[in-house]
Write a new protein. Structure first.
Length: 284
């Protein structure tokens, strides 16, 4: 009897849905297009489903942070700081910045793949807010960046990392990393619309990110570098972010450091977000 009732309720529901559909078709009224929020969330859901069905793409935010932290801590800790534990206190905030910055390139790679597969052109024909396809993917990337940050900090705590800034300092440092990474991702979406293959985009991203991350204060204090190199290191966007993250994790952060990170992030977004949208609308 229970099965009979469930079947009848299901039939009534389907009938009601069919009647509403027929009424909508007969009226001739066009449905309202989705608003910016709903379309953005729809594309964010699409990106989450892609992670669900291809979970191995999360290796860059789960395995790589662990490898980087262990490798650099135990390879360079004794030589640079005389102790791996002491070096870990300096290194972890910088490695966090470096790791998250390097995985921002995958936003552009995913967009480039959509272009090659033809999905990109289909999205542009939909009656939606055009930036939603990009912003939805970028919002899911923020989740990926958060996962990488949490994994790295958790591993650091197990290895002996002790942030003097406490929970609030670590949380605020992660927020700065997410803001910066979201802004940096716009650069790779721009290149994702320009280059013709994901291999080309990866090569460009490595050519940009490798010098920025290694010629910075991620691994060593700028004072230990040659004088002619210190100017570049101190003005390097990665160094600006690493200094702020390191400061807030250890309880010495200043609002001037926050302002520096926000300024760099605003400049990247102001330049590359409009450029991305222009290319997005006009790409042939």
């Amino acid at each position: 009897m229970t099965v009979h009732l469930q079947t009848r309720e299901s039939t009534e529901t389907d009938t009601g849905t069919d009647e509403r559909l027929l009424q909508a078709i007969a009226s001739g009224a066009r449905p309202e297009p989705p608003n910016a929020w709903s379309s953005t969330m729809a594309f964010a859901s699409r990106a989450l489903l892609r992670i669900k069905h291809v979970p191995e793409q999360m290796f860059d935010v789960t395995v790589f942070p662990i490898i980087f932290l262990l490798m650099f801590t135990y390879l360079f800790g004794g030589a640079i700081a005389g102790s791996t534990t002491d070096y870990l206190q300096f290194l972890l905030p910088g490695i966090l910045v470096m790791t998250v910055a390097q995985i921002t390139m995958y936003t552009g790679i995913d967009l480039n793949n959509d272009i090659r597969k033809g999905i990109f052109d289909r999205f542009r024909t939909l009656p939606i807010w055009l930036p939603s396809a990009l912003i939805g993917a970028l919002l899911v990337d923020v989740i990926r960046y958060s996962m990488a940050s949490i994994i790295m900090i958790a591993l650091g705590l197990m290895l002996g990392f002790r942030p003097e800034g406490g929970l609030w300092g670590v949380g605020f440092a992660i927020v700065l990393v997410l803001i910066f990474s979201f802004s940096l991702s716009w650069i790779w979406t721009t290149f994702g619309l320009i280059v013709r293959s994901e291999k080309s985009l990866m090569m460009i991203s490595f050519l940009v990110l490798m010098p920025l991350t290694f010629i910075s204060n991620v691994f060593v204090e700028p004072e230990t570098l040659p004088t002619w190199l210190q100017g570049f290191v101190n003005s390097n966007p990665i160094s600006i972010l690493a200094t702020a993250v390191r400061g807030f994790m250890h309880g010495t952060g200043t609002w001037q450091q926050v302002a520096g990170v926000l300024l760099v992030s605003a400049i990247m977004t102001a330049i590359f977000a409009p450029l991305t949208m222009y290319l997005y609308r006009n790409k042939k």
